[in-house]
Design a protein around this ligand. Structure first.
Ligand code: A2P
Length: 307
């Protein structure tokens, strides 16, 4: 296993007290047509700020929505994963992108719209936004990225960092294996479908696995989730996970990590986990959900960002 050398990053050049001004340059829907889930790809122009060239793929950008909350205090900062590569969207250092889902919910008959996600999704080219960052110190591609293979697990907008990472890797002629395991409810919710389908068509070493949870069921009646891909798509994933120089990255819904770690362990991929509390003496097939949740931690080969 080669040493993982993480790049040095600059953090919080701009803070909520002293944010930078960015200008929206594009804002488009990045789900397939006809999806009821609205997810948008939004690009900020950070020209004229000290942020130019500073965001690394895997880091986040902060957005300060205008206005106040119900207590009369200014809305808090929200963090969004950058979905452009480190060298900028379309290779332009002053452009940073993110991927935002309009958050909406109904509680006891009242409809709520997520404050910041809807603010961002409504922005038009030319609008000015207060931004902060960069944020995130460890969720990065190694400096020696070519020394590794990658399995990326994403649910929904958790795809954001992987779009950037995959662009970054393949634009510099990456020769190893990359598997992207992406989970969403319906086929119409697949994010950036054209980009990832073309990537898979054009690169034998890019393996694109979609886990659609609400259309078909697995044989035992359970849903197709990113973690079940470890078994359902073992033909593709097993050989990659078994290599001694593979790293895994998780991004998306809290809860996915427990299922992923448990399934990795059940299938003999113990190097991605650290076990505590006597779990190491038990057969992974016997581990309960509660044990998996509390006694497994990611190892140095595993990068996790769940929310
Ligand atoms: P489901 O909601 O059918 O249970 P999105 O962000 O677009 O809603 O997609 C999130 C995806 O992650 C859905 O397919 C959702 O399935 C799935 N999901 C929900 N809970 C988990 C979990 N604990 N582990 C992995 N995937 C999950």
């Amino acid at each position: 296993m080669p040493e993982i050398i993480l790049p040095e990053v600059e953090l919080n050049i701009y803070s909520p007290k002293a944010p930078a001004e960015a200008t929206i340059v594009e804002n488009y829907v990045c789900t397939a047509e006809g999806s009821p889930n609205i997810v948008r790809h939004i690009t900020f122009d950070i020209s004229g700020t000290d942020l130019v060239g500073k965001f690394r793929v895997g880091q986040s950008i902060g957005v300060l929505p205008p206005g106040e909350n119900e207590k009369g205090r200014p809305h808090k900062l929200r963090l969004y994963s950058v979905s452009s590569p480190s060298k900028g969207e379309n290779g332009e250092k002053h452009l940073v992108s993110t991927t935002v889902k309009r958050a909406m919910d109904e509680v006891d008959g009242t409809f709520y719209m997520g404050v910041c996600s809807n603010y961002i999704c409504n922005l038009k080219p030319g609008d000015i936004v207060n931004v902060t960052g960069p944020s995130g110190r460890r969720y990065l591609l190694p400096e020696n990225a070519d020394d590794f293979n990658y399995v990326f697990f994403a649910t929904g907008t958790g795809i954001a960092p992987f779009r950037g990472m995959i662009i970054e890797l393949f634009e510099s002629g990456f020769k190893g294996d990359v598997a992207l395991v992406f989970g969403c409810p319906y086929r119409t919710d697949v994010l950036y479908p054209k980009f990832f389908n073309e990537m898979a068509e054009n690169n034998n070493n890019f393996h694109y696995i979609k886990m659609i949870s609400r259309e078909d069921r697995r044989e035992d009646g359970s849903k197709f989730y990113v973690q079940t891909a470890i078994e359902d798509q073992s033909k593709i994933l097993d050989p990659i996970l078994s290599k001694e120089n593979t790293l895994i990255y998780l991004c998306g819904m809290k809860g996915m990590e427990t299922g992923i770690y448990h399934n990795l362990a059940k299938n003999g991929h113990m190097d991605y986990l650290l076990l505590r509390g006597g779990l190491e003496d038990k057969d992974p097939k016997e581990w309960t959900w509660e044990e998996s949740k509390t006694l497994i931690k990611p190892s140095g080969r595993t990068f996790e960002e769940v929310y």
